[in-house]
Design a protein around this ligand. Structure first.
Ligand SMILES: [Zn+2]
Length: 325
């Protein structure tokens, strides 16, 4: 059987699909993705990282095969597997170099899975793939140059230029979370102080709240069950201390985004992750700070929007990576 012209064979449409996997500390999520970015089936299995790297790679292999069976897709229609890794990687050597939350150091990923599954396998950092997914069929659809960030326990970032992940020389491009915005600030996991994510992440917001409570400030925020969501909710109800914390997180984020935008001049900035659920309580002050600090022509070119794919961004981006490597 030969492929003819526009992907048609004897009048029948040739389906090209891929499997996207998002490896997380708690769950391995997977989905079958078609060329238009539709999610055909999805599933997840627990990571159980303590069982070791080989065990996890076996789960990825099984999940991939299971998704293909569940979707009744022909094996020949699956063009490849894309995997998002939550840490530092070296795609040229096919290695996950350092993945702290599942305890991986220099784990070969590409070769064993290619051998086991007999299909091309691609890997990328998970934040970059979430960015790629959003830029492809999420909130960044239709834009050319996207800066995408994920506000979670840290702040992940990815830069998508003309549909491709900007990787950089050692695969570190887009690390907006580690912009040092206050050299005398709080210590960061990376070893520096005052990185953007020490303030503008869920962890950062909780830290700021705890500090203010310990200083005896009058607030309805309680130290028990303290989360970023409870701080944003208190700010919505008019709590002055909570509002000051939200302002600090948003101001810092807006400043970081302005620095990044002055460098890459994007047409869209997509903000996702758990903290983005705070909606306009977060977005309005972030937009104001962004406009205050970015060059005017840079700010005018940008639309700043919430992410739209939610937890699926990573698997969709992984699927795109395998469909259009
Ligand atoms: Zn840092």
């Amino acid at each position: 059987m030969s492929m003819v012209g526009m992907g048609f064979v004897e009048g029948e449409m040739v389906l090209r699909v891929s499997v996207g996997i998002d490896l997380g500390g708690t769950f391995i999520k997977g989905a079958l993705i078609d060329e238009q970015g539709n999610l055909l089936v999805k599933d997840e299995v627990p990571t159980e990282a303590s069982n070791g790297a080989q065990w996890i790679l076996k789960r990825i292999e099984e999940l991939t095969l299971q998704l293909i069976v569940q979707s009744s897709t022909k094996r020949s229609e699956v063009v490849g597997l894309g995997i998002g890794i939550p840490g530092f990687i070296d795609p040229s050597r096919g290695l996950a170099e350092e993945v702290i939350n599942i305890g991986w150091h220099d784990v070969p990923v590409i070769a064993p899975l290619q051998t086991a599954l007999d299909m091309p396998v691609y890997m990328e950092n998970d934040a970059n793939l979430a960015a790629l997914g959003e830029a492809w069929v999420g909130a960044g659809r239709g834009y050319r140059n996207a800066l995408c960030i994920t506000l979670g326990t840290g702040v992940g970032g990815g830069v998508i230029i003309n549909g491709k992940v900007l990787q950089g020389e050692s695969h570190m491009a887009g690390e907006i979370g580690h912009f040092v915005l206050d050299p005398d600030g709080a210590p960061c996991n990376c070893g520096h102080r005052g990185c953007l994510e020490t303030v503008s992440s869920a962890t950062g917001v909780v830290r700021l709240a705890r500090e203010r409570i310990e200083q005896g400030e009058q607030t309805e925020i309680q130290k028990a069950n303290l989360t970023a969501a409870t701080v944003f909710a208190a700010a919505d109800r008019g709590d002055r201390v909570a509002q000051a914390i939200v302002h600090e997180a948003a101001e810092t984020l807006g400043r970081g985004l302005a620095i990044a935008a002055n460098l890459i001049n994007p047409d869209v900035i997509v903000i996702g992750g758990g903290m983005a659920r705070a909606g306009e309580t977060l977005f309005t002050p972030v937009r104001l700070a962004f406009q205050a600090y970015a060059l005017r022509r840079v700010a005018q070119a940008v639309t700043l929007v919430p992410a739209s794919l939610g937890n699926d961004a990573g698997v969709v981006g992984a699927g795109k990576l395998a469909l259009y490597p």
